[in-house]
Design a protein. Structure first.
Length: 79
C-alpha cells in the first residue's frame, strides 16, 4: 500500500494511534473486517495516511506476524 502524501486529519479517538507511531508503542485494537467479523489485534502502528480516499494505518500485526493495513473506520475500540 502506498499512502498518499499530505496531512491526515485525525479524530480525537484515533490520537493514540498517532502517538504510538511517533513513540513506537504497541496498541490493542478491536477491529471489524469487511465481512463483519470482529477480532482483537495487538499492533505496532507504522504509518497513517489515505489510500484511495480511505484513512488507513499500516501496522505490524502480532496476530498475523506481518504488516497489515487497517481502515480507521473499522476500528471499534483502541485499548
Amino acid at each position: 500500500m502506498t499512502l498518499e502524501s499530505g496531512a491526515v486529519f485525525v479524530e480525537e479517538q484515533f490520537l493514540p494511534i498517532k502517538k504510538a507511531i511517533k513513540e513506537g508503542d504497541d496498541l490493542e485494537i478491536v477491529y471489524q473486517d469487511s465481512r463483519g467479523a470482529v477480532s482483537v489485534r495487538k499492533i505496532t502502528p507504522l504509518a497513517m495516511g489515505v489510500y484511495r480516499g480511505t484513512a488507513m494505518i499500516e501496522a505490524f500485526c502480532h496476530l498475523r506476524h506481518g504488516k497489515r493495513n487497517f481502515r480507521l473506520d473499522r476500528i471499534i475500540e483502541i485499548k
